[in-house]
Design a protein around this ligand. Sequence first.
Ligand code: NAP
Length: 313
Amino acid sequence: MSENIYDVVVVGAGPSGLTAAIYTTRRSLKTLVLSKDIGGQAAMTSDIENYPGFEHVDGLELMQKFQAQATKFGTEFAFEEVEKLNKEGETFILTTSKNREIKAKAVILAFGLTPRNLNVPGEKELIGKGVAYCATCDGPLYKGKDVVVVGGGNSALDAAEFMSKIANKVYLLHRRDVFRGEQVLIDKVQNTENIEIIYNAESKIVKGDQKVEALVYQQEDQEKEIKVDGVFVEIGHIAKTDWTADLVDLTERREIKISRDCETKTPGLFAAGDITDISYKQAVISAGEGSKAALQAYKFLQGANAAAGPDWS
Ligand code: NAP
């Protein structure tokens, strides 16, 4: 595969990356999606109720449909992380975690955001031993147990609601007294019997020897402790864009700056979805951005004067 030059390499396989691949392959562009997983953050969401056309769908199931559609049109997939991106002449060279060099005429960066850590003692040591960052993935391991979800946005609310159906008891611990998520999710969480909300609480230590035993937190001037088997950290995401930095401009939050048509400062290099500086991080928006990036990449590959044109052929 390393001898091939792809027309387009898409980095990331969430809603934006997979949609981009659907669009590029429908334009007969030889396309490779490079990603560490399928679906990204959307696949970690158990209940999606705001994706048009689906009254209610499991995030992973929705992303598998995207992947099947991309595969049907000829997208190739490789499950490798990209560690380096260079441009030599007109060709992009992507170096992966398997030390492979992959060449492309155009690249679409759509690798989304990475979960933020609490950065408290015990967290790192107990990852996989009770500390988790994805309720949909790891939640089923906590059947009948007591867990805490930390955070106050849609991810935390969603995770608490999901875990309430599996765990015996769910604590939802938020550092303020107001949630920043959607009202419909807040109502669900507040009206679920086995969810106890702890407001104005700052996580201090994840306690445990071989596995999580408790979370210590500060509330006003008191230090308190809850005994739990699992700590789900759902406190937002950060942009890990260091490896792209020479070829793109970044915002203060390290997100990739793009034009209205998903262009970066480097010709032939596009970006789409949550990793960019767009305002709203939603699956449906990412999908739309992915299609824009793909049409713009097509236009780039056809030469500057070509119009992207419609996609209803
Ligand atoms: P978010 O909206 O940025 O919320 C992060 C939450 O974590 C905030 O409540 C924040 O507290 C808290 N937080 C941040 N750093 C913290 C720290 N060091 N210690 C303790 N708490 C901390 O992130 P998100 O919930 O992951 O959502 C990300 C995006 O995905 C949002 O746009 C969201 O709408 C979207 N999303 C949507 C759905 C859905 O539609 N169902 C589901 C999941 C995610 P403060 O409030 O005090 O800042």
